[in-house]
Ligand binder design. Structure first.
Ligand SMILES: [Zn+2]
Length: 260
């Protein structure tokens, strides 16, 4: 009959359902009479169950590890094997294996838990990235829907058009000795000023050919102005002068056009 201490190795194997045959029967008989071994088996089974569950769950409580360590420490490693039953004993090292395996598993579970936390963190980052990409895709799709709409209208926008440049048309007849002028896009004149039309002859100084004011739209018409006798107009020009009129241009030419 084995002693209580001699069953210590078998308890872990029994908890793992690895104990068979006469060894199992022998231990079960001992368990009926030994509360300490029964409690040890229960605790070992509890620890193993916890290890099985903890693969995907939170870190197992530290006291499970402590209990396993205590179970290892309690192993009767100093006890000699009775010579009468040498085949009964598979050696202390074998008996320790379940506890060592459990301890290795515990460390592995802890490591896995840490890795799991890191992976979860990475997954959270990837999920945020994916959400961001999804929003950009949705925006792009919306823009494509607009661009491909059959009633989409394209309008080019640029800087506002510059003020239209002043322009004038002079019509004259040497035979009738008359001329007229139609001007547009003229800038408003300052008080006391007016535009003056000049005939630039083929020879000699510019000849005054009439004063005019633009209306509020910048248009001006000078009807039926006499054309001096014997003058051949090389060009017409407009300058800004005193409202009373000048004998000769006193400001830069604003608009000019060749005559014949
Ligand atoms: Zn016992």
């Amino acid at each position: 009959m084995k002693t209580h201490e001699q069953f210590a190795d078998d308890l872990a194997l029994y908890a793992l359902e690895e104990l068979t045959g006469s060894e199992r029967l022998e231990l079960e008989q001992h368990l009926e009479t030994c509360a300490a071994c029964r409690r040890e088996v229960q605790e070992l089974r509890g620890d193993l169950g916890l290890l099985a569950l903890s693969g995907a769950g939170p870190r197992p409580p530290a006291r499970s590890k402590d209990r396993l360590l205590r179970a290892i420490a309690a192993e009767p490693r100093g006890i000699s094997v009775p010579a009468s039953v040498p085949e009964r004993r598979r050696g202390l090292s074998w008996g320790l294996i379940p506890a060592v395996v459990a301890l290795v598993l515990l460390v592995a579970v802890g490591t896995l838990w840490n890795q799991n936390q890191a992976l979860q963190h990475n997954l959270d980052g990837l999920a945020a990235l994916y959400r961001g990409t999804g929003e950009q895709l949705a925006q792009a799709e919306e823009q494509l829907r607009l661009l491909s709409a059959p009633d989409a209208v394209q309008v080019s926008l640029g800087p506002q058009a510059e003020p239209r440049k002043p322009h004038a048309t002079a019509i004259y007849s040497p035979s009738q000795k008359r001329l007229m002028l139609m001007a547009s896009n003229l800038a408003p004149v300052p008080a006391g000023k007016a535009y003056e039309l000049w005939i630039i002859p083929t020879e000699g100084a510019p000849i005054p050919a009439g004063m005019f004011h633009p209306d509020e739209h910048g248009n001006a018409v000078m009807m039926d102005h006499p054309l001096p006798e014997g003058v051949v107009a090389k060009a017409f020009a407009v300058t800004l002068e005193d409202a009373a009129g000048s004998d000769k241009p006193t400001s830069p030419i604003l608009i000019v056009g060749a005559g014949l």
